[in-house]
Write a protein that binds this ligand. Structure first.
Ligand SMILES: [Zn+2]
Length: 282
């Protein structure tokens, strides 16, 4: 097992890219993101996770119930379902994406399989709002998000062109979650951004296991989208203190339940986010 850091993600060897796509798929297709299949009925658009269809991610990896998955009908309206992201398209998108200012850390197992990944991209606020945070239909109110981020991070009305770093979802496969990696993950991410000293944004869902961690790391919620994803930020001065804190892992485990409860309380304000999820039309 080892961590491999690529300050320039374009230098990731080809042999890891297909496996990286598998890991990304596992991340986004499983709970709580649930972006595996979508109902083809335009009036329904229910979305389903790997677990909704295969019961467990392990079953999916071992291709148990494949036939069932292929013919899976929407449990709300009985229409056909289709993949939200095709693997080959995903691979092409990643190949293009890493040509930008993107850094990645990969967690590689002894069989050279990617079992975890985390990504930091440098972009500006307009890139984050119009591209990175715009993968779901009609998710954020873009103008409101720009206004709030401009005010919090740059003390101005419109910081459209200001540089930020974007920390994407950190993913560690179910096999290796909750092991020794957290400190290394944190440090490797902060090292990427160290000399740039610009604010970091991230996006996660309230019911993601990453939410209590990012909150303990002093990220603050700024806005929800329509699907109960939340955009968070950390000002540039704070992550210097954070990286040098020897007790950070203890703090994460001590505060985990507190922030998990906080997330569930927020979610309980709209129960539809806790049950079947639907994408809406643009
Ligand atoms: Zn349906």
């Amino acid at each position: 097992m080892e961590l491999k850091s690529y300050k320039k993600a374009s230098e990731i060897p080809k042999k890891y890219l297909a496996s990286l796509v598998d890991a990304e798929i596992e991340c986004w297709w499983s709970r709580p993101f649930d972006e595996y299949k979508i109902c083809t009925n335009p009036n329904c658009k229910a979305i389903f996770s790997i677990e909704d269809i295969y019961e467990t991610v392990a079953n999916y990896i071992n291709r148990i119930n494949d036939e069932l998955a292929k013919n899976f009908k929407c449990s709300c309206c009985n229409s056909k379902t289709e993949l939200i992201y095709e693997k080959n398209k995903f691979l092409e998108i990643i190949k293009e994406y890493i040509k930008w200012e993107v850094s990645r850390v990969l967690l590689i197992d002894d069989n050279e399989r990617v079992e975890g990944f985390w990504v930091l991209s440098k972009t500006n606020l307009s890139g984050a709002i119009n591209y990175e945070f715009a993968t779901r239909p009609a998710s954020y109110d873009k103008e409101e998000l720009l206004k709030s981020l401009s005010k919090e991070l740059f003390w101005t009305e419109d910081a459209w062109e200001e540089q930020i770093s974007l920390l994407h979802q950190i993913y560690v496969s179910h096999l290796y979650r909750w092991t020794w990696f957290w400190k290394q993950i944190l440090n490797s991410i902060l090292e990427f951004n160290w000399n740039d000293n610009i604010p970091i944004l991230l996006e996660t869902r309230y019911d993601s296991e990453f939410y209590p961690i990012s909150k303990t790391l002093w990220f603050k919620n700024i806005m929800n989208d329509k699907y109960w994803y939340t955009c968070q930020y950390i000002p540039k001065k704070d992550y210097f203190i954070l990286a040098n804190k020897p007790t950070i892992l203890k703090e994460i485990s001590a505060k985990f339940s507190f922030y998990k409860k906080e997330a569930l309380e927020i979610l309980s304000l709209n129960n539809s986010f806790l049950t079947q999820k639907f994408y809406i039309s643009n």
